[in-house]
Design a protein around this ligand. Structure first.
Ligand code: NAD
Length: 262
């Protein structure tokens, strides 16, 4: 791949949490970054933290709306001349039990993560293929795409959908030199906006602990006894986009400090 300092990254949901950490890492490596998120002001504020509009722009894009996705990608091309790295990170977690999950909950989770990531990947891939320069598409999926846990059925189903999108796109786009990989984080509590979305409260209730103790609780469950931070997910995205991983596609990388499988 082209050196990172000459590449343009389009990161969805990058106004907060893991997406923001990814945008920050790629910008620090010299890439131009498009921060795409639901709220224009939040996206622009996050982009401004990365540098001037010569290197980072914030755009409003609801990933579940194809016209909005296409408009944001067109703006990205206008701003930076192309797109080389696409990170499907936008998401939310309702964290509800089977019987609490409504049809509307199911639709919202799937609209944003299953459909939204497909719309971003499809429309971005069109640009990458036409550029004939290869590229990287990275999905921020989840440990939940593989492992089952309580109170997360709609969320986990969309993450499994994303995981299979990774394999299918890797197969379809490989001949164009486009790598498609996924990352499966788990337990990224601090630095993410998940508390505001109600995720933290619901999870804490599930485990019978206080919300502020979630980070420590997750760390204790890991093999490494370490808390996973947004920066650790960003490190993995960066690594996948370097030439060190030039021959890796269709892979899912866990960033979870190790999950006991017994
Ligand atoms: P977060 O709530 O901090 O960030 C999510 C961002 O996505 C927000 O800025 C939000 O505005 C944006 N977003 C939501 N819906 C959108 C839409 N329709 N269009 C565009 N942007 C939208 O959460 P986070 O923890 O940083 O999660 C980021 C990604 O990582 C999600 O896909 C999540 O499922 C995944 N993930 C998180 C964890 C974790 O432990 N935090 C674990 C595994 C996977």
């Amino acid at each position: 791949p082209k050196p990172l300092a000459t590449r343009v990254a389009f990161v969805t949901g990058a106004a907060s949490g893991i997406g923001k950490a990814i945008a920050t890492r790629l910008a620090a490596e010299g890439a131009c970054v498009v921060v795409a998120d639901l709220d224009l002001e939040k996206a622009q504020a996050a982009a401004a933290e990365l540098g001037s509009t010569d290197v980072a722009v914030g755009l409003a894009a609801n990933v579940a709306d194809e016209a909005a996705v296409q408009a944001a990608l067109a703006e990205a091309v206008l701003a930076f001349g192309g797109v080389d790295i696409v990170v499907n990170n936008a998401g939310l977690s309702l964290s509800k039990s089977l019987f609490d999950t409504t049809e509307a909950d199911w639709d919202l989770q799937h609209d944003v993560m299953a459909k939204g990531s497909f719309l971003v990947a499809k429309n971005a891939a069109r640009i990458l293929v036409d550029q004939k320069l290869g590229g990287d598409i990275v999905y921020i999926s989840s440990k939940n795409s593989v492992f089952a846990g309580p109170n997360n059925i709609a969320y986990s189903a969309t993450k499994a959908d994303q995981a299979h999108q990774v394999r299918l796109l890797a197969a379809e786009l490989g001949e164009h030199g486009i790598k498609v990989n996924g990352i499966n984080p788990d337990g990224v509590v601090r630095g993410s906006g998940i508390f505001a979305s109600g995720w933290g409260a619901n999870r804490a209730k599930t485990y019978g602990i206080e919300e502020q103790d979630l980070g420590k609780f997750y760390a204790q469950r890991t093999l490494l006894k370490r808390e996973v931070l947004p920066e650790h997910v960003a490190n993995a995205v960066y690594a996948l986009c370097t030439s060190d991983f030039s021959h890796t596609t269709g892979l899912h990388v866990p960033v979870d400090a190790g999950v006991a499988q017994a």
